[in-house]
Design a protein. Structure first.
Length: 199
């Protein structure tokens, strides 16, 4: 209780099946920071890199780095989800699309670097980064990454992340909503008709 997770390194791991390759949250109240994951293989996990939180959890999630990770047959290789639905009552305020007052119960996600990701046959979507209106996901750098979607998987884009509130996505592209300061360098998304979905 009240103790942050910090200074964590995950290297050379293979993860098969399960809800995620490396998962942060949804309990984030004391904060999670200075996390490095590198040189891993995530095969057939629901998500690959997964950060999940929501209003009421609080905590700062920052200074995270993910690099040189191979992924195969994930639902979605990268999710940053601040509308995580599991374990919550369907209270309108928790999942409102309107900006609410910021308090110590408002989580934040910022300063995330993602590089050298190779994700093949993403079954639901290429990526999902959705922040809160009052607390956008901030300062994200993606470089030298490739995401390939399986457009014939039969799995809808709504399965990319366990969320409630934002409307359904229009395709399997990389979904961005309430994101501030995103920088992409040599990022390739192949498969979906629309590469980036800004809604």
């Amino acid at each position: 209780m009240g103790k942050p997770c910090r200074r964590i390194a995950v290297r050379g791991c293979t993860v098969e099946a399960g809800h995620g390759g490396i998962v942060i949250g949804s309990e984030t109240a004391a904060g999670v920071y200075e996390v490095l994951a590198e040189d891993c293989l995530f095969r057939g996990t629901d998500r690959g890199i997964r950060i999940k939180t929501r209003r009421g959890r609080g905590g700062d999630i920052h200074n995270l780095e993910f690099k040189n990770i191979e992924m195969e047959r994930n639902l979605c290789p990268l999710t940053i989800n601040m509308f995580y639905r599991c374990g919550a009552e369907t209270e309108e305020e928790l999942f409102s699309q309107e900006a609410l007052p910021v308090s110590n119960a408002t989580p934040s996600v910022k300063n995330v670097r993602i590089s050298g990701i190779r994700a093949r046959d993403c079954r639901a979507a290429a990526g999902f980064i959705v922040g809160l209106p009052e607390s956008p996901v901030e300062n994200i750098i993606m470089e030298n990454c490739e995401f390939h979607t399986d457009e014939n998987s039969g799995i809808p884009p709504e399965e990319a992340a366990m969320y409630l509130g934002p409307p359904p996505a229009a395709g399997k592209g990389f979904r961005l909503l309430n994101v501030k300061k995103l920088e992409c360098r040599e990022v390739k998304v192949e498969g979906p008709a629309e590469t980036f979905l800004y809604r």
